[in-house]
Design a protein around this ligand. Structure first.
Ligand SMILES: NC(=O)c1ccc[n+]([C@@H]2O[C@H](COP(=O)([O-])OP(=O)(O)OC[C@H]3O[C@@H](n4cnc5c(N)ncnc54)[C@H](O)[C@@H]3O)[C@@H](O)[C@H]2O)c1
Ligand SMILES: O=C(O)C[C@H](O)C(=O)O
Length: 318
């Protein structure tokens, strides 16, 4: 049995992500959970698609245990999205508590599951989940992931557009975290060359791609469809490595890491295996001067974001 649970499945990301996961034939059970009762209808709707996954809907706290029990992967897109003028950190007040509650339940009902956290601010929500798992005595850093895949799909799209190459064959690693200056595209590893102006413009667009969508949606939310695509890609990679036993599966993802001294969490290329993160790659050795500067700018903000998440769990539990 390969059960994937989506927490926040009735939302803007949750619905299309669940649709894409229903199309993944490695999934045999898709458990859709939300506090919004419509999740039961979303599950009924998806259950008519003729793929192997059996879809079930769970609404509200009382049904969370059943949604999580036996899960192989728990994907978490629960939480509020940004409106124009907000930073991802502005979401902390509400989303920190949501992620803590859901991680507490996952630690209890499916402690061995892989956790793929989409809820923002990812830089802080991953440390929150990790602290919850530590407090419950079930922490395995190889199994907790912050989903930053959308930064990679954006980077590949924007570079492909500029260089007029196939975006599906473009591969730009994006390291660091998932907000503004903490997003560090490694354009020097893309196989293309750029003028200074191109490099500046691309970096800015990749770092603030989320804002582009928030502005265009004009108060009605942030990226949902592209995030669903990116989330489904990340889950597919986890399934390929853990269920399909494929080797060489790699994704950039925000995990507990020693890549940067003084930062407990960082995203670099991570090799995925049957037990989760099997090898965390270091920062690419040949960063150019521009990328070195981006890295230095990211460190203080990431450090503060991580500490904020850790402190939140400690304060609530003391
Ligand atoms: N990691 C990324 O790259 C990335 C990309 C886009 C959005 N996001 C983040 O994803 C989150 C969700 O965005 P969205 O557009 O889907 O928002 P949304 O408001 O459309 O959906 C959120 C869903 O979460 C549900 N929810 C709220 N509290 C819950 C709880 N305690 N348990 C279960 N479900 C709960 C809501 O009922 C709703 O259905 C936001 O925090 C957003 O910032 C992250
Ligand atoms: O920008 C946001 O708030 C949502 C998400 O993190 C994104 O990158 O699109």
């Amino acid at each position: 049995m390969v059960k994937v649970a989506v927490l926040g499945a009735a939302g803007g990301i949750g619905q299309p992500l669940s649709l894409l996961l229903k199309g993944n034939t490695a999934v045999t059970e898709l458990a859709l959970y939300d506090v919004a009762p419509i999740v039961v209808g979303v599950a009924a709707d998806l259950s008519h698609i003729n793929t192997p996954a059996k879809v079930t809907g769970y609404k509200g706290d009382d049904e969370l245990e059943r949604a999580l029990t036996g899960a192989h992967i728990v994907v978490i897109p629960a939480g509020i999205p940004r409106k124009p003028g907000m930073t991802r950190d502005d979401l902390f007040k509400i989303n920190a508590g949501i992620v803590k509650t859901l991680a507490t339940a996952a630690a209890k009902y499916c402690p061995k599951a892989f956790l793929a956290i989409i809820s923002n601010p990812v830089n802080s929500t991953v440390p929150i989940a990790a602290e919850v798992f530590k407090a419950a005595g079930v922490h395995d850093p190889k199994r907790i992931f912050g989903v930053t895949t959308l930064d990679i799909t954006r980077a590949n799209t924007f570079v492909g557009e500029l260089k007029k190459t196939d975006p599906t064959a473009t591969s730009v690693p994006v390291i660091g975290g998932h907000s503004g200056v903490t997003i560090i595209p490694i354009l020097s590893a893309s196989g293309h060359t750029f003028t200074d102006a191109e490099r500046e413009a691309l970096t800015q667009r990749i770092q603030y791609g989320g804002d582009e969508v928030v502005k265009a949606k004009d108060g009605a939310g942030s990226a949902t469809l592209s995030m669903a695509y990116a989330g489904a890609r990340f889950v597919a990679s986890l399934l390929d490595a853990s269920v399909g036993k494929k080797t060489g599966v790699k994704e950039c993802t925000y995990v507990q890491s020693t890549a940067v001294e003084g930062l407990e969490y960082f995203s670099t290329v991570v090799e995925l295996g049957p037990d989760g993160a099997s090898k965390i790659h270091p920062i690419p050795a040949n960063l150019d001067a521009h990328e070195q500067k981006l890295l230095q700018a990211a460190i203080p903000e990431l450090k503060a974001n991580i500490q904020k998440g850790v402190d939140f769990v400690k304060a609530v539990s003391s």
